[in-house]
Design a protein around this ligand. Structure first.
Ligand code: DC
Length: 240
């Protein structure tokens, strides 16, 4: 699976690819985005880690997630060095990240950091909730990864079990629904597919099949440019 490996000569062609991957929690978007970045030798940024790092700072300082001034100060202090996924995975941090993400000043503080990436000559894959709509509306390729909430809860539940973290399916499902609702309904940069995003439903596909579709999209020429040897002109919406 995965098609041919990207060759040296193709790298310059990829230099200006900015790939925006958005979608709800536990849709598999981060695993997919990381795999795309590796495959095409692009920079990678998981923007959810920025919001998670803000939540973690607030927890450690004993501050409330709703304290806008404290949350903004935490957001301004974030450095790339503290974005260790292993330290930012807990459910308390997940919910906290979603809560600080509704604060406009937090979003504004994190925006520049996200935009800096991909402006240094190499292309990048950015993954989050508002990459294709707000952070990089100019992205050359946009994919919105989704799956039914039950499927996402099942995956998250199995992942927790595999890590030896005690979990109850109904609770995982309820927490996902809560986070989805908050992420979709916030006033600033809500979770919504960009008009020009390819909607990729991973409900009935395994990770390899999902990757294969995304790989073909990213290998194709950006919209408005003729197709290249790298692949077909992208389809914008998934075929039924
Ligand atoms: O992708 P994730 O589960 O690590 O994101 C955690 C939370 O951060 C998510 O519930 C909402 C917020 N977030 C956001 O608002 N915008 C982003 N670009 C990324 C994450």
């Amino acid at each position: 699976m995965g098609g041919r490996r990207w060759q040296r000569d193709d790298v310059s062609e990829m230099a200006h690819r900015i790939v925006a991957i958005d979608g709800p929690a536990a849709s598999g978007k981060t695993t997919l985005a990381r795999r795309l970045a590796q495959h095409f030798q692009l920079e990678f940024l998981d923007t959810g880690l920025l919001y998670r790092a803000v939540a973690r700072r607030l927890i450690e300082a004993g501050q409330r997630f709703e304290d806008a001034a404290a949350a903004e100060a935490a957001a301004r202090a974030i450095t790339l060095a503290e974005l260790d996924p292993a330290k930012l995975r807990s459910e308390a941090i997940s919910q906290g990240a979603s809560r600080v993400a509704v604060i406009p000043a937090v979003r504004a503080a994190l925006l520049e950091l996200q935009r800096t990436l991909g402006r240094v000559g190499r292309g990048a894959v950015l993954v989050g909730r508002d990459i294709g709509t707000v952070v990089r509306p100019d992205a050359t390729h946009k994919i919105y990864v989704t799956a039914s909430v039950e499927e996402r809860a099942t995956r998250r539940f199995k992942e927790l079990q595999a890590r030896g973290v005690p979990a109850i399916y109904e609770q995982v499902l309820a927490e996902l629904c809560q986070r989805d609702a908050r992420d979709r309904s916030r006033a600033v940069a809500p979770l919504v597919p960009a008009d020009d995003a390819f909607i990729l439903d991973s409900s009935n596909r395994d990770a390899d099949a999902t990757f294969e579709i995304a790989r073909a999209i990213v290998a194709a020429a950006p919209r408005g440019q003729p197709g290249t040897a790298a692949g077909p002109t992208p389809i914008r919406q998934e075929q039924p």
